[in-house]
Design a binder for this molecule. Structure first.
Ligand SMILES: Cc1cc2nc3c(=O)[nH]c(=O)nc-3n(C[C@H](O)[C@H](O)[C@H](O)COP(=O)(O)O)c2cc1C
Length: 233
């Protein structure tokens, strides 16, 4: 059983809440894992060329191209993204858009696999986690857990956090805010968040080892998608 972790954060791993949570989930699975960071990578969104229709292989050549085999070979995914403007960061969105290549003509490359969605935001990671769940659903990947945490908004380190009227430090701590290290949000200081990441990892490992029937998961996800699309028309 192999699990592919993907961190969509633009930050170095020591500074990234997304990276830390994805890593924590992976560490608790008891499975073989690989963690890929999208930081510094150049990944375009889907260009709708339809070049992937015949063989389910994307023809755009960029930093996603060498990652395709790892996506295909993985039994499960732990995908994490930062909250940018109440949705996924652009590179995370682009990465998942390109999973369009797997969806044609009953290409079942990803069908029935399992996923954990991780989101981190300056306030909340709920939006990206929900978005990842929806992307997973389009490929009939079941989201077995969502993990969300609060990370450090750039306003804590931009140099103007104590005086900027529209920055998060003032919004969260009031006009007299004095920024100290202990007030800067970090997922590792949030025990319930770290616990939920560890729990998600354990659950993912158990699901993969015990009762993972891709066909059943696929049928369940197809049903779920029909309901989801039915509600939106
Ligand atoms: C361009 C940009 C837009 C952002 N928009 C939001 C937002 O709408 N809501 C929010 O909660 N945080 C927002 N943030 C803050 C990030 O989500 C936060 O810094 C988070 O910790 C990033 O995750 P990372 O540390 O793993 O990179 C934004 C940050 C950037 C750089």
């Amino acid at each position: 059983m192999k699990i592919l972790g993907i961190s969509g954060s633009a930050r170095k791993k020591e500074k990234s809440g997304v990276y830390k949570l994805v890593r924590t989930v992976l560490e608790n699975t008891g499975c073989e894992t690989e963690l890929v960071s999208l930081r510094g990578k150049k990944i375009s969104g889907c260009i709708a060329c339809l070049g992937c229709v015949k063989d389910n292989i994307c023809k755009v050549e960029d930093d996603l191209t060498p990652l395709r085999d790892a996506i295909v070979e993985a039994d499960a995914f732990v995908f994490g993204a930062p909250n940018y403007y109440s949705t996924l960061s652009a590179i995370s969105h682009a990465f998942l858009e390109r999973w369009f290549q797997f969806r044609h003509r009953e290409g079942n490359t990803l069908w029935g696999k399992l996923g954990v969605a991780v989101g981190v935001g300056g306030t909340s990671g709920q939006f990206p986690a929900d978005d990842i769940e929806r992307f997973f659903a389009y490929n009939f990947v079941e989201t077995i857990a969502k993990v969300t945490g609060q990370g450090a908004a750039s306003c804590y380190s931009c140099g103007h956090g104590e005086t900027c009227n529209v920055g998060l430090p003032m919004m969260l701590h009031g006009p007299e805010v004095h920024i100290t290290d202990d007030m800067i949000p970090d997922v590792t200081k949030q025990p319930t968040v770290m616990q939920s990441a560890a729990d998600a990892g354990r659950l993912l490992g158990e699901r993969l080892r015990n009762d993972h029937d891709r066909e059943n998961v696929t049928l369940m996800m197809q049903q779920k998608m029909m309901e989801m699309l039915g509600e939106s028309v």
